[in-house]
Design a protein around this ligand. Structure first.
Ligand code: CP3
Length: 359
């Protein structure tokens, strides 16, 4: 009884405090007193505490153990002092319940042992009931929401259909995406069927994450920058529209990709409350292309974190100058923190944004 009361009080206070979150406000393009910052891969191998846990459990096992996923998520947010937490999980987790044999091997990254080769492989994909087969992610979200400070929003996430399809067809990471593009060009019907399936799974999964306690969601279309504009329009855009249209209204959704300088306008058309930008384009140019009437997130080169404190500070200042005090700016890297990044530099980056981003 007492626990129940405590829980509902916590839920109420988290609602009131969250409306004061600089990160949520920036997603909605409301005025904030300071620029919010969080970092992709803020929980990962650059942290000694993470490596210690990983010495004992495999990556997939870590993702599938809610108490450990919670510990890692909360630890990163508190240690770095960032303005949001992102649930510890992986974009490839939904591939397993679809029927794909997923493995993370040391050094090689993800591998799928039964990649998609023909139309009948698409027909054989199973539907995903996230509440059943991805319940560990949803449990981790609810647990993390309870463990985070009430004013810190929790970001849920999923892979976008193109990026997921690329892993399913290539069987792992890829440089040129030749198998993916060959499938797209030679079997367009099967491609659209696959993308349609992934879009349905993705928005349903994100809505389950929202129901479990995520206040914001991010769609990772990490590798979509491999496509030209006309291919994006034909093979990706309609499916991204379907994903965004399916996400619970009112919940901010971040639309992220890399190498997307030529695709930003189309990505905006596809949807999202916030558009993610990488470092290959200047932030001011990117924002003027996307339109100042929508929020943006980015865009420091993760490699700057290997430079000196002085350089880090100068680069933060430069990005903030380009953001020009407009509403709707969220500071982040242009892609995830790399293994080997000095922890003190990451902490210093967050301090710099909070100090120089005062308004
Ligand atoms: O950002 C966070 O802190 C939350 C956790 C998170 C992970 N992966 C943990 C992870 C998130 C948001 C992801 C997303 C993800 N996963 C993406 C999109 C973002 C991006 O980087 O573009 C992609 C493409 C994947 C697929 C994936 N997972 C790859 C290619 C790899 C291996 C490469 C690598 O960086 O090692 C992973 C493994 C992975 N996912 C690790 C972590 C912390 C490293 C695993 C380990 O501990 O050995």
């Amino acid at each position: 009884m007492e626990t129940q009361m405590k829980l509902s009080e916590a839920a109420r206070s988290s609602v009131t405090n969250l409306s004061e979150s600089s990160f949520i406000k920036a997603c909605r393009r409301e005025q904030t007193s300071v620029t919010p910052v969080w970092l992709m891969r803020q929980a990962g191998r650059f942290m000694p505490e993470y490596r210690e846990i990983r010495a004992k459990v495999g990556f997939l096992e870590l993702c599938k153990t809610p108490a450990l996923a919670t510990e890692v998520t909360v630890m990163a947010q508190e240690m770095l002092g960032v303005d949001a937490a992102i649930i510890f999980a992986d974009i490839l987790l939904p591939l397993e319940p679809m029927g794909m044999a997923l493995e993370f091997t040391k050094g090689d990254g993800p591998q799928i042992h039964n990649p998609i080769r023909q139309a009948s492989d698409v027909d054989a994909l199973k539907n995903v009931d996230a509440k059943e087969s991805l319940s560990f992610v949803l449990e981790a979200i609810t647990m993390t929401r309870g463990a985070l400070k009430a004013n810190i929003p929790l970001i849920g996430f999923a892979g976008a259909p193109f990026t997921l399809a690329s892993y399913m067809i290539e069987g792992g990471s890829s440089r040129n995406f030749e198998k993916t593009k060959a499938f797209m060009y030679t079997q367009p019907q099967a491609w659209h069927k696959l993308m349609n399936h992934l879009a349905n799974v993705t928005h349903a999964y994100l809505n389950c994450q929202i129901e479990a306690g995520a206040q914001v969601v991010q769609l990772f279309d990490s590798w979509v920058g491999a496509l030209g504009q006309s291919d994006y329009k034909e093979y990706v855009l309609p499916h991204m529209k379907a994903v965004f249209a399916g996400i619970k209204p009112g919940v901010p959704a971040i639309h992220f990709g890399t190498g997307t300088a030529a695709l930003l306008k189309l990505m905006r058309q596809a949807g999202g409350t916030v558009i993610g930008v990488d470092w290959r384009i200047d932030l001011d140019k990117a924002w003027s292309d996307i339109g100042y009437d929508i929020a943006v997130q980015g865009n420091l080169d993760p490699c700057v974190l290997f430079a000196t404190g002085k350089e880090i500070r100068t680069r933060v200042q430069d990005i903030l100058k380009q953001a020009a005090g407009r509403e709707g700016f969220i500071f982040n890297l242009g892609h995830g923190i790399l293994p080997g990044t000095p922890v003190d530099n990451v902490k210093y980056l967050v301090e710099c944004v909070h100090e120089l981003g005062q308004r």
